[in-house]
Design a protein around this ligand. Structure first.
Ligand code: CMP
Length: 132
């Protein structure tokens, strides 16, 4: 059993998709072990996305993720990191298969409705910012 952080982004929350998105994980056998409603501060957002500092999309990403409330959860399950990333689909919804969360609901590479940790290090980093 291991864990990963999932964040329903401002577009997912404002479109009323939170329960639908979280159900995708629960229906696949994941258990939600922590849940937090929050709005990222600028400082939290910059720290959360610090691996992307200097990239041309960084500013847009920070202004989007701080634009409204998000719902963050920790989910627990076998092979959590890899399975969760399969469930959410590729970063760009345009190339994410139907049946994945981003393929079904994402509207753009920034507005891609959901985030999942991509490594054990990013899980620890993200967990500390949101739940630590
Ligand atoms: P996420 O999984 O939250 O991690 C970083 C985010 O940067 C990613 O989802 C996208 O929403 C966003 N992003 C915006 N533009 C790009 C890009 N060109 N390449 C990768 N990620 C991008």
């Amino acid at each position: 059993m291991d864990r990963t952080v999932i964040v329903v982004k401002p577009d997912g929350v404002s479109r009323g998709l939170t329960d639908t998105i979280l159900a995708r994980f629960e229906n696949d056998g994941f258990r939600i072990t922590s849940k937090k409603n929050l709005r990222f501060t600028l400082e939290q957002a910059k720290e959360f996305y610090s691996p992307h500092v200097g990239k041309d999309f960084f500013q847009e990403l920070i202004s989007f993720i701080t634009s409204g409330p998000v719902v963050a959860v920790v989910i627990e399950g076998r092979n959590a990191l890899e399975r969760a990333r399969q469930i959410i689909g590729t970063t760009d919804p345009a190339s994410a298969p139907k049946g994945t969360i981003r393929g079904d609901y994402g509207s753009g590479i920034t507005t891609n409705v959901v985030h999942a940790s991509d490594s054990p290090e990013s899980f620890r980093h993200e967990w500390k910012i949101i739940f630590g």
